[in-house]
Every structure is written in structure tokens, then in C-alpha cells.
Design a protein around this ligand. Structure first.
Ligand SMILES: Cc1cc2nc3c(=O)[nH]c(=O)nc-3n(C[C@H](O)[C@H](O)[C@H](O)COP(=O)(O)OP(=O)(O)OC[C@H]3O[C@@H](n4cnc5c(N)ncnc54)[C@H](O)[C@@H]3O)c2cc1C
Length: 448
């Protein structure tokens, strides 16, 4: 009798170093490979934003094409379905008499709810998920999620000694798909608009691998720590984040390449710092696993009351890069054009959003979710909470001085000029607290 398993690709869009996929291949003799594109990603959510903006969608489409080709080389196919995940997976379970369902472990609350709903509905099916998005598995962590460290410092102290030999695996075989099926539905998906600005990021495991090889074949890892805070420039940070976010590459693949570099070229403070930043990513992943729905509530994981409100006009102006602050505008224009912003830029615009515009941080996080090609549920919402003072920052709220940031990171204003940050309206609001139009100084005085 055929034992058909369903492999649900989610945040692990690669074949190599994919433990969950390899385990599935070992357990079943027919395998249905599926990716579900949720139509809800393209409709406004509770913050009025889409989850999936154009840049991220284009990057994801490229990734799916690449994954399809990689699977075909193993005699497999990728079924891409444009439907609500619950309906899509439920239909496939019935249609193909699925006995086992596998996926990569996910930090997201919504993704976990879906999984649990399916488990409740189909009690006779074997459900299995394995860690492919993180460096550690839950069992390898030196603490339980209930005792999860409340700061990165405590986390790092405990896990750093465990980052030794990084073992990565390659895929050797995949069982075939159920016989009667031939499919490819990628052309029926929503279209992504072309934009010339983010062409350096090519979605997919092939693009990820060539970027990995390219990066570690230069001497850039040896200067990473000195330049990582730059606002612009392809070479100033690793640029692994978009591929890591959708799982075109694994954190272990990066760490393994880093170890080779340290062995063959040189280990330094800079190479250590790449691992340090990847541990930040790891921290946010497990923080999200530990706190689930609290990642999305206004008072955050700290359950702290915040005194921000919502000004629709300020929010719009921040999104559009049209605030009185040039460096914020430049960063937002860069994000809107490319789907990417440096870590320093993200800190600057988030601090401005929370502290100077006094806006509810969740709207900023939702806008990032829509725009970033490297959007990762745990890293994005965790960082926003951190900056808003409701998350894992032991120091509380971070308030960046915009003038100082500009002088330090853009002293000659070349970044501001490149990304058209100047020349915007100097006032923050067009109406006052009583909803009267704010009158601009000169034009206000009507001379007879
Ligand atoms: C408000 C805010 C929102 C963010 N949202 C996201 C997001 O949705 N997805 C995302 O991948 N990163 C996010 N970051 C983290 C960081 O800005 C990006 O990972 C980084 O800029 C990506 O560029 P890079 O790969 O060149 O990073 P590098 O500086 O080269 O760092 C190497 C890797 O370390 C990890 N890393 C670096 N900085 C951080 C950080 N602050 N937190 C966690 N991991 C980090 C990333 O995986 C990154 O690829 C956010 C940061 C802030 C302040």
C-alpha cells in the first residue's frame, strides 16, 4: 500500500540542510510537495496594510520558481496553491489520502494556530514538525521555553558555548509525487510589479548559495564589525537576511561557511560579530516561540502600558517618507523602493515612529511586514517591541537623537540626497488638537 506524505513548505524554501524535508523523504514512499499562497496576504489587515507587499512578493515568486526547478531535478514537483491554507491542506488530505503531514517548525502564532486546528481536525494523521529555521532545536536549548531568558545577554551567555561544530546536510533523494498528478499553478498567482531597485536580491536557494560563496570569497567578513552600521552600500553588511527569512538558506549553512572562512583566512572580532548578530536572530526566534500571541499586543511581552495613540496623517507621512526629518524620509524612501533598509536605518525610523510621532508601534511593525523582503515574523515584531520599550530590552525605551544620528551616519548627507530625504513639509501635522487647520507662518498673515 502507498504511504503518501504531504510536505508543506513554509519558511524553509530549500532542499539542502532541510531536516524536516529529509525526514519526510525517509518516512514515506510518495510525497506531495506543497506551498500555499494565502490570498489574505494581499488584502488589508487590521492595520490597513497588506502582509505581502510587492517587493517581498516578487522575491518570493523568484524563490518558488527556483524551488520548483530544484524539486524537478529530484523527480518531484511543487504544487503551489492560491487558497486559504486551512481549506487547501484539508482538501489535499482527503484527495490524496494523506497519512502524514510534515513542515518546518514556525515561530509565528498564526502559523501555529493553523497547525493546531489541522491536528484537531485530523486526529488519525501523523503531524510532525522539525526545526529548520533556527540554529538549535528546542531540545538542544539549555533552558525550557517557560524559563526563556528575558534578555539577549543571558541567552547568549548560555548558548554561545554550544555553537561549535555546525553540521549541515545535503539531500540525497526524494520519493516521487502521487502518480496521476501534473501541476504548476504559478502563473495564476497575483502578479508582482517589476521594479529596478532591488535587483541585487535574487530570490531562491541558488541565488542564496551564490551570494554566500561570493561574500565569503572576499575579505568583507574581516571588516564587517567596522562597517555594519552604514546606512547604505551592498558590501557593508552581509545581506543574508532576505534568503534567511524565507529559508532559501539556513543559519547553519551561513555559520558553516563562516567557520571555513575563519579557518582558511582569519578569525577576528568581525567574524565573531557575524555570529553574534545571527544569535540575535536566534534569540528573537525562540522569544517568539515562548511568547506567541504576546508578540503582537500593544503592551508587549513585558505587559507594559504605553502612552502612544494613533494619528493617521503622521502614520501616512512616515510610510511615504514625508516627515520633517530628512534621515527618516531617506530611509523610508529606500525601503519603499528596494524592500530593504539597513539595521541602523530601521532603528532610526522605529525610534522616530515611537518617540517623536507618538504612534502605536504595531502599525510600524505592520508596515515593515508589508514592505521588507526579509520580513520575518519573530525578528520584525521582536525588534519593534524592543525599540518601543515593551520587549526584551533591559534598558526600556530607546530614543535616538535624529541630529546626532545624521551627523554620525550621514555626515556629508550623501544618503539623504541619494534617497531624496530633504525638502518636505516642516510641520508634523496639518490640523491642531481641535482639528483646526495649522496655518503656516508666512502665508498665515493675510495682508490687506
Ligand atoms: C525595527 C526593526 C525591524 C526588523 N525587522 C527584521 C525582519 O523582519 N527580518 C530580518 O531578517 N531582520 C529584521 N531586523 C533586523 C536587521 O535590521 C536585519 O536583519 C538586517 O538589517 C539585515 O541585513 P543584513 O543581512 O545585511 O544584516 P547583517 O548586519 O549582515 O547581520 C547578519 C544577520 O544577523 C541577523 N541580524 C542582524 N541584525 C539583527 C537584529 N537587529 N535582530 C535580529 N537579527 C539580526 C540577520 O539574520 C542578518 O542577516 C529588524 C530590525 C529592526 C530594528
Amino acid at each position: 500500500m502507498q504511504n503518501t506524505g504531504l510536505y508543506w513548505f513554509t519558511n524553509d524554501l530549500r532542499l539542502d540542510d532541510n531536516l524536516a524535508l529529509a525526514q519526510t523523504a525517509a518516512r514515506v514512499n510518495q510525497m506531495l510537495c506543497v506551498y500555499v499562497v494565502d490570498p489574505a496576504w494581499f488584502t488589508p489587515n487590521r492595520y490597513g496594510q497588506k502582509s505581502m507587499g510587492n517587493c517581498r512578493w516578487r522575491f518570493l515568486q523568484q524563490t518558488l520558481v527556483d524551488l520548483t526547478q530544484a524539486l524537478e531535478a529530484f523527480g518531484q514537483q511543487l504544487l503551489i496553491i492560491h487558497e486559504s491554507p486551512l481549506d487547501a491542506i484539508a482538501k489535499l488530505i482527503t484527495q490524496y489520502d494523506i497519512r502524514a503531514l510534515f513542515r518546518s517548525q514556525n515561530a509565528g502564532f498564526y502559523e501555529n494556530q493553523l497547525w493546531q486546528t489541522l491536528q484537531c481536525r485530523y486526529r488519525s494523521i501523523n503531524f510532525e514538525e522539525l526545526a529548520t529555521h533556527t540554529l538549535f532545536s528546542i531540545h538542544a536549548l539549555p533552558f525550557s521555553l517557560a524559563d526563556f531568558p528575558d534578555t539577549f545577554f543571558k541567552f547568549r551567555k548560555r548558548v554561545e558555548p554550544l555553537v561549535n561544530n555546525v553540521v549541515i546536510s545535503s539531500l540525497t533523494h526524494l520519493p516521487p509525487p502521487p502518480k496521476e498528478k501534473r501541476w504548476s499553478t504559478i502563473s495564476r498567482l497575483p502578479l508582482a510589479r517589476e521594479s529596478g531597485d532591488s535587483l541585487l536580491f535574487i530570490g531562491g536557494a541558488s541565488g542564496a548559495k551564490s551570494h554566500l560563496l561570493g561574500y565569503f570569497s572576499t575579505l568583507l567578513p574581516s571588516t564587517y564589525k567596522q562597517v555594519r552600521n552604514a546606512l547604505d552600500g551592498w558590501d557593508n553588511s552581509t545581506k543574508f537576511s532576505p534568503w534567511l527569512a524565507n529559508g532559501s538558506i539556513s543559519v547553519k549553512q551561513i555559520l558553516s561557511a563562516l567557520r571555513y572562512y575563519e579557518h582558511d583566512v582569519k578569525a577576528s572580532e568581525s567574524t565573531y560579530w557575524i555570529q553574534f548578530e545571527l544569535l540575535w536572530r536566534e534569540y528573537f526566534q525562540w522569544l517568539a516561540h515562548a511568547h506567541q500571541a504576546k508578540l503582537f499586543i500593544r503592551s508587549g511581552i513585558r505587559q507594559k502600558k504605553v502612552l502612544t495613540t494613533f494619528y493617521p496623517e503622521r502614520f501616512q507621512r512616515w510610510c511615504q517618507g514625508n516627515t520633517p526629518c530628512p534621515i527618516v524620509n531617506a530611509c523610508m524612501n529606500q525601503l519603499n523602493a528596494t524592500g530593504y533598509m539597513s539595521n541602523r536605518g530601521r532603528q532610526i525610523v522605529a525610534s522616530y515612529f515611537v518617540n517623536e510621532l507618538n504612534l502605536d508601534w504595531r502599525y510600524g511593525a505592520a508596515y515593515f511586514e508589508q514592505q521588507l523582503i526579509d520580513y520575518d515574523v519573530a525578528v520584525n515584531w521582536g525588534n519593534w517591541q524592543y525599540l518601543a520599550g515593551v520587549g526584551a530590552d533591559p534598558r526600556g525605551r530607546r530614543w535616538f537623537d535624529m541630529d546626532k544620528q545624521t551627523k554620525r551616519y550621514d555626515p556629508d548627507k550623501s544618503f539623504i540626497i541619494k534617497w531624496c530625504g530633504e525638502g518636505h513639509d516642516e510641520s508634523l501635522d496639518s490640523v491642531d488638537a481641535a482639528d483646526w487647520p495649522m496655518i503656516k507662518s508666512d502665508s498665515a498673515i493675510i495682508k490687506e
